[in-house]
Ligand binder design. Structure first.
Ligand SMILES: [Zn+2]
Length: 158
């Protein structure tokens, strides 16, 4: 397994691969399972400044799902989102992307996800499907002007 420092210095395809550490993945997974059958949502961050591998996430930050029907959609609480985003930046970390879970469906962006991604260009969208509880499926997409381009997901140990 490569470590994250190697990836930073040798990240040849940062635009095609999204990296996540075991620890970040585990905390995302636990958040998703804890929230099931509702959708869980949050942010994936990279601690320290981003340097050449923009989609490498090494920590997950859980946020509240403020959607009125949290079993089939998610929405960030606007005040919590802004406060958290600012705190992450003030701490010198980088927001890599946002995540949410699909408790019963495939890890494919819904129309609602596409609508909600307006204004989040340049970040990665991570979707964890828990439709098969024993086989969680994590996918990542680069979001550009409302378009979702699938990325390879590489899980790494550090
Ligand atoms: Zn979704």
């Amino acid at each position: 397994m490569p470590n994250i420092a190697d990836l930073q210095s040798n990240c040849r395809h940062p635009e095609r691969t999204a990296y996540i550490t075991d620890a970040a993945y585990l905390s995302l997974l636990l958040h998703g399972r804890r929230s099931w059958p509702e959708e869980a949502c949050g942010l994936l961050i990279r601690r320290g400044a981003s340097d050449g591998c923009p989609a490498a996430a090494d920590a997950a930050i859980a946020l509240r799902n403020a959607h009125p029907a949290p079993g089939r959609a998610f929405a960030f609480d606007p005040a919590e989102w802004v406060e958290t985003f600012c705190r992450i930046q003030a701490d010198g970390h980088t927001v890599v992307g946002w995540y949410h879970t699909h408790p019963r469906t495939a890890p494919v962006p819904s129309l609602q996800d596409a609508a909600g991604a307006a204004g989040l260009s340049g970040l990665t969208c991570w979707i964890l499907s828990l439709r098969r509880p024993e086989s969680p499926e994590l996918r990542a997409y680069r979001v550009t002007a409302g378009r979702f381009d699938p990325l390879m997901v590489a899980q790494i140990s550090v």
